[in-house]
Design a protein around this ligand. Structure first.
Ligand code: NAG
Ligand code: NAG
Ligand code: NAG
Ligand code: NAG
Ligand code: NAG
Ligand code: NAG
Ligand code: NAG
Ligand code: NAG
Ligand code: NAG
Ligand code: NAG
Ligand code: NAG
Ligand code: NAG
Length: 757
């Protein structure tokens, strides 16, 4: 197949005049349509690539145009048989001139002339089924058109007729003198056959010939005169669709050398399913998509119909597109939509700006205030530290050096951390000197401590206070609540103690359930332990330490009911000089030594009196001072003494212990208590003797409680037990907060108390 077999009807191209008139006025394109160096027109017809006139100017032989005289001639497709071309469009259409079929008779009805042309195109050229019509003109005609639409044959036709010329209507080709029909799509072959039913005998007067042709629909407007005035050598334009190849885009793209749409900004498309492909410029580009650089950017801005830039915007051309930025002072979308609107003051921006500014300012102020406060606080801390003798303590601690058991200086920050900034939930008690907090030292084994306010320190008491702190922290007994250190950065110094978690002796005695757990042996041991510790403080330390506030509420118990004496908050070093003694009388009613109360003279014997009251508490589980008892018996001491005198001892003893031990032994203890409560201090035994006494009783009670019958105060007997008793309470603390080192007993005994005055 191909042009070799493309045989044209014999009619020559004698219609130059017509052709020239139908050639549309060319507006010269703004872009090249032919290959460089190639003629892009023939006569009035432009020849875009892939069509071409000379060799190398067309894509392949199917697109050769024979242009014999480019100034005058009508270009012709086809190699040997010229078909006149009137228009070639890049959109894929070629307008050709095609001869018409005719069938003429004489008056007698004999056939004069029958011309039935047929046209076959290459498969890449097909008659347009939308732009063309098959039209038959005549009052006695029968016409068929048949051929191939792709691989299938087709046939169609129509039979126009009329009896009188007057019946024919101009412009109406609907069966009277003219009929028309569509041709199928994809037809690349046309074979028209035309004949008549009655040899035109009945209509010969006004219609001797019939005509049939496929024609561009808009190029033929039927009128009655055409029944006579058409000539059989007429050729009429027909529209032919063309594609590059028969294959699809997908197939074509596989062969890059033959692919026609490989130019920049060019793409492939298939105009009709299965009828080959064409090329087209991308949107925003125009030109010849078949040339390598054929597609060029459209400058939409030069043509107001091409762009949509609204008022107050400028058109800005981009490659393949355009933008419409708003003019200065306007905002929005200049490309359609709401267009550009004048700028408004953006209050929200201003507000947010001011807001952020204010926030930053506030933050700075806040930070500054914080910093100032911190500095003031630090200054205050330093001041307090100095006032409370911090420097002196530091110096003294440096001297102690080797001894790790001495007081530590805590910073306020540490204690804040330990108590979660002195949180309400950390309060474990409220004593006479303020609140007691439970704290957990974060960077110190996480050990638990009790933190309480000390008494206020005035200027001339500073070194005394520091001495006490050092001394108390060095008291290394398991029956003393260990003073771990202090914080001097507050107005009133804070003291840090080891934490004992089983409550006070007073709590245990006053609770009916808890007191049941305190068996006599435990009570006796507690008494012994307290006595031991007081004896130690009175005798071993120099100068002696007087607790001054011995009471059951100041005796803590741990889980094993080991007694821990606490609250040396008001304890004083016993003055060496008698003259200095008269201090303000302090202590707790019910426990207060009546002699001390009267004279204000403080001696170790005041502690003995208080201890006596505690001993009675242990025996009776009664309160030291109770308003429930009758007037003269309000004070437990009085109550107990009078009971003892009247021989009603058994009635006042706690029933819980009555059966633990023989009544004799209890009586012995009661006698000790009585001796402690002597009005005159000199009549009271020393703590040392009491301790020994209790120790003996303790041992006897354990061995055979019933045999105990005799009290012996002799020093000789007790001295044998002295070391043991000392050992009992001089025992390194077992709390994790205490630095435990293996000191010898002697070391413990010789608590280094610096004189200080
Ligand atoms: C066709 O071309 C000829 C010369 O080549 C010119 O004289 C004529 O005006 C053109 N016709 C049209 C319709 O452009
Ligand atoms: C083309 O036509 C012009 C005008 O008729 C004529 O002068 C010229 O000789 C022709 N050229 C050819 C090659 O036939
Ligand atoms: C072009 O047409 C002319 C006559 O119309 C013919 O003589 C010539 O051979 C043709 N050229 C080609 C290459 O077919
Ligand atoms: C037509 O027929 C008539 C008579 O029937 C005859 O005289 C005449 O010659 C014929 N004309 C032609 C052209 O044959
Ligand atoms: C029509 O013309 C054909 C061929 O000339 C002839 O054979 C036929 O008889 C004619 N028919 C009539 C009705 O004249
Ligand atoms: C037409 O026939 C040829 C061979 O006979 C075949 O290769 C081609 O696919 C057919 N085309 C269509 C559209 O059926
Ligand atoms: C066809 O011709 C008729 C009358 O001659 C006219 O009214 C009509 O407008 C024409 N139509 C076209 C499409 O030219
Ligand atoms: C066209 O029609 C004529 C006569 O009707 C016939 O001889 C010819 O073979 C046909 N050609 C095709 C391609 O159908
Ligand atoms: C049909 O007749 C009209 C009116 O006479 C004429 O203008 C027109 O050119 C004719 N059509 C053809 C194709 O000759
Ligand atoms: C690609 O096309 C070229 C030119 O049309 C042809 O010579 C070549 O054989 C084709 N290659 C393939 C793989 O089809
Ligand atoms: C411009 O906008 C209108 C409506 O939004 C739309 O119909 C038209 O196609 C647009 N024209 C261009 C060139 O974008
Ligand atoms: C052109 O730009 C508009 C908006 O920026 C966008 O919507 C559109 O798709 C673009 N057109 C092309 C062909 O890129």
């Amino acid at each position: 197949m191909g042009f070799n077999r493309f045989i044209l009807p014999m009619l020559l191209h004698l219609v130059i005049a017509l052709m020239l008139s139908s050639a549309s006025t060319l507006t010269p394109p703004t872009f090249p349509i032919a290959m460089p160096g190639c003629k892009d027109h023939c006569g009035n017809v432009s020849i875009p690539f892939p069509f071409g006139i000379t060799e190398d100017c067309y894509l392949n032989k199917y697109f050769f145009i024979n242009c014999t005289n480019s100034s005058t001639s009508v270009p012709q497709t086809v190699l040997q048989n010229a078909v006149d071309v009137t228009e070639i469009s890049l959109e894929g259409q070629v307008h050709l001139m095609q001869d018409i079929a005719s069938d003429c008779y004489d008056k007698n009805g004999s056939l004069l002339d029958n011309i039935s042309p047929w046209t076959r195109l290459s498969k890449r050229f097909t008659f347009s089924s939308t732009a063309n019509k098959f039209i038959v003109v005549g009052c006695d005609a029968l016409a068929l058109v048949k051929g191939f639409g792709q691989n299938r044959s087709y046939a169609t036709g129509c039979i126009p007729s009329c009896d009188y010329k007057e019946d024919v209507i101009d412009g109406s080709c609907s069966g009277i003198g003219c009929c028309q029909t569509d041709i199928p799509p994809g037809a690349w072959n046309i074979n028209v056959s035309l004949t008549s039913l009655n040899n035109h005998t009945k209509v010969w007067d006004f219609n001797p010939c019939s005509y049939a042709f496929v024609v561009e629909e808009k190029a033929f407007n039927f009128s009655a005169s055409n029944l006579t005035n058409l000539s059989n050598d007429l050729s009429l334009p027909v529209v032919v669709d063309w594609t590059i190849e028969e294959g699809s885009c997908e197939v074509a793209q596989r062969n890059t050398t033959s692919y026609a749409c490989s130019g920049k900004n060019s793409h492939c498309y298939e105009p009709f399913k299965g009828l080959g492909y064409r090329c087209s410029c991308d949107q925003g580009y125009e030109g010849n998509p078949y040339l390598p650089d054929g597609c060029q950017d459209i400058n939409e801005c030069q043509d107001p119909t091409l762009h949509n830039c609204t008022k107050n915007s400028v058109c800005h051309n981009t490659l393949g597109n355009y933008t419409c930025p708003c003019l200065k002072g306007y905002h929005g979308d200049g490309r359609g939509g709401d267009g550009c609107s004048p700028d408004q003051i953006n209050w929200s921006m201003i507000v947010s700006g001011v807001g952020i500014g204010t926030a930053i300012l506030l933050f700075c102020c806040f930070y500054l205030c914080l910093e100032l406060r911190k500095r003031r606080e630090n200054r205050l801390k330093e001041e307090f530290f100095r006032k409370n003798g911090g420097l002196m303590l530091q110096q003294r601690l440096a001297q102690e050096g080797r001894n790790t058991n001495v007081a530590r200086i805590f910073t306020l920050e540490e204690l804040r951390k330990a108590t979660n900034n002195f949180e309400e939930t950390r309060i474990i008690g409220r004593g006479g000197y303020g609140t007691v907090f439970k704290g957990i030292l974060v960077d110190h084994n996480s050990c638990t401590v009790a933190i309480k306010r000390s008494r206020e320190v005035n200027e001339n008491q500073v070194d005394q206070f520091i001495n006490e702190v050092i001394m108390l922290s060095q008291v290394n007994s398991r029956n003393v609540v260990k003073l771990l250190g202090c914080c001097l950065e507050t107005e009133v110094p804070l003291l840090v103690y080891e934490f004992i978690d089983n409550g006070t002796l007073s709590e245990h005695l006053s609770s009916t359930t808890k007191s049941q757990h305190l068996s006599w042996n435990i009570r006796l041991r507690i008494a012994s332990e307290i006595a031991g510790v007081l004896s130690y403080l009175h005798s071993v330390a120099s100068p002696p330490i007087i607790h001054r506030d011995i009471k059951s509420a100041n005796i803590l118990l741990d889980q094993n009911y080991t007694a821990k004496v606490t609250d040396f908050g008001i304890s004083k070093l016993a003055p060496l000089d008698e003259n200095q003694v008269s201090t303000m009388v302090q202590g707790t009613f019910g426990y207060l030594d009546p002699e001390y109360m009267l004279t204000g003279l403080l001696t170790e014997k005041s502690d003995v009196y208080s201890f006596g009251v505690v001993l009675i508490e242990l025996l009776t589980s009664e309160k030291a001072l109770s308003l429930d008892r009758v007037e003269e018996e309000k004070f437990l001491a009085n109550y107990f003494i009078s009971s003892l005198k009247s021989g009603h001892l058994v009635q006042v003893l706690d029933r819980n212990i009555m059966f633990d031990v023989s009544i004799e032994l209890l009586k012995e203890v009661a006698m000790i208590a009585k001796s402690c409560l002597s009005i005159k201090g000199d009549d009271r035994p020393s703590m040392k003797n009491i301790a020994r006494e209790l120790e003996v009783l303790e041992i006897r009670a354990k061995q055979s409680p019933i045999q105990v019958s005799k009290i012996d105060f002799t020093d000789t007997e007790a001295s044998l037990l002295g070391m043991q008793s000392t050992k009992a309470y001089i025992d390194s603390g077992d709390s994790s907060c205490i630095h435990t080192e293996s000191h010898s007993i002697m070391e413990h005994m010789m608590v280094p108390i610096a004189g200080g005055r």
